[in-house]
Design a protein around this ligand. Structure first.
Ligand code: NAP
Length: 292
């Protein structure tokens, strides 16, 4: 079994980005600049946004964090998005999701200029992804592709089963694995909560990508020998063995399933760190105006 070390791979990518930024700036170019909008004070969202801002600083990007109270009006939020769209110093913009219920998330996403949509969530960029055109790929699926590529995992002709069909992970992942690309060229089965006989399907997977948000859902009887497992799930559970009193679990029962796997991502330290690295990569692409 080979552990897919997302932490190390993400650090390698961040170092590569830092070198590119230094040479961009040395050549008289501008520093990449990422803006993030955070609405409210949800603990998980705060953690994610702070990690993104910290990562920007580490690779030499400029960053701007715009905060709003949870009761901000949709109008005010949209006005800020438009202001950033028109700010030529800012290359990439992300709005941390989820947003409070009174705000239409899709309306906010559609208001972001696709040129600055480094999360890759705008319908124009999702469409470009589906058509195999150059675009910003959503960061988590892009991180998974990067891991498959860097660990030289053969995907062509394989059966890839994806569990979960969210807009940010499962659905784009299924499209990417089916594209005529490397990584890609898989025969893909996308499963969700209405799927019947899930176990019969997962047992035929050469590559199993799990993103449903249920701790240790995938057990050893659900996979075949030699499977490659990508575990996207992150669930925080109480633990009396850690100082914080919490630990993170993936969607896969790691201890038992890893014994049958050829490759597997750990949680934490697998897909999670890759997500931020891919956001930085997208921002660098936005700065260099490589897409549009
Ligand atoms: P989500 O929006 O909650 O979607 C969950 C998906 O799982 C849905 O499509 C749902 O089906 C499906 N599902 C639920 N129960 C199922 C079951 N018993 N069998 C088969 N499918 C089932 O989730 P998400 O945003 O994609 O996140 C999934 C997990 O990944 C979470 O733990 C999240 O924290 C984590 N995550 C990690 C990263 C990272 O960087 N590592 C990034 C994003 C998310 P229906 O569509 O039918 O409801």
């Amino acid at each position: 079994m080979i552990l897919l070390d997302g932490k190390k791979t993400a650090n390698d990518i961040k170092n590569e980005i830092a070198i590119k930024v230094a040479s961009l700036v040395a050549g008289g170019g501008k520093k990449p600049h990422l803006a993030a909008i955070l609405v409210g004070s949800d603990g998980a969202s705060e953690t994610y946004v702070n990690a993104k801002v910290k990562a920007c600083n580490k690779v030499g990007f400029d960053s701007t964090l715009v905060r709003f109270n949870a009761d901000v009006s949709e109008e005010e939020l949209l006005a800020e998005v438009k202001k950033i769209n028109n700010n030529s110093d800012i290359d990439g913009l992300i709005v941390q999701l989820p947003l409070p219920a009174h705000i239409d998330e899709m309306k906010v996403t559609e208001t972001i200029n696709p040129i600055k949509d480094v999360d890759g969530f705008h319908p124009a960029n999702i469409g470009r992804m589906a058509l195999n055109l150059p675009t910003y790929l959503p960061a988590t699926p892009a991180g998974i592709l990067e891991l498959l590529e860097r660990y030289k995992i053969e995907t062509s002709g394989k059966h890839c089963v994806v569990i979960g069909r969210s807009h940010i992970v499962g659905s784009p992942m299924s499209i990417l694995m089916a594209r005529n690309n490397n990584p890609g060229n898989c025969t893909v089965t996308l499963t969700h909560s209405r799927t019947q006989n899930l176990k019969e399907i997962t047992k035929t997977a050469d590559i199993l990508i799990v993103a449903l948000g249920k701790a240790e859902f995938v057990t050893t009887d659900m996979v075949k020998d030699g499977v490659c497992i990508i575990d996207v799930g992150i669930t925080r559970v109480k633990s009396d063995k850690t100082k914080s009193g919490w630990k993170l679990l993936g969607d896969v029962a790691f201890d038992e399933v890893s014994k049958k796997s050829s490759f597997i991502t750990p949680v934490p330290g697998g897909v999670g760190p890759m997500t931020i690295a891919m956001l930085l990569k997208n921002t660098l692409v936005a700065t260099a105006k490589l897409l549009y």
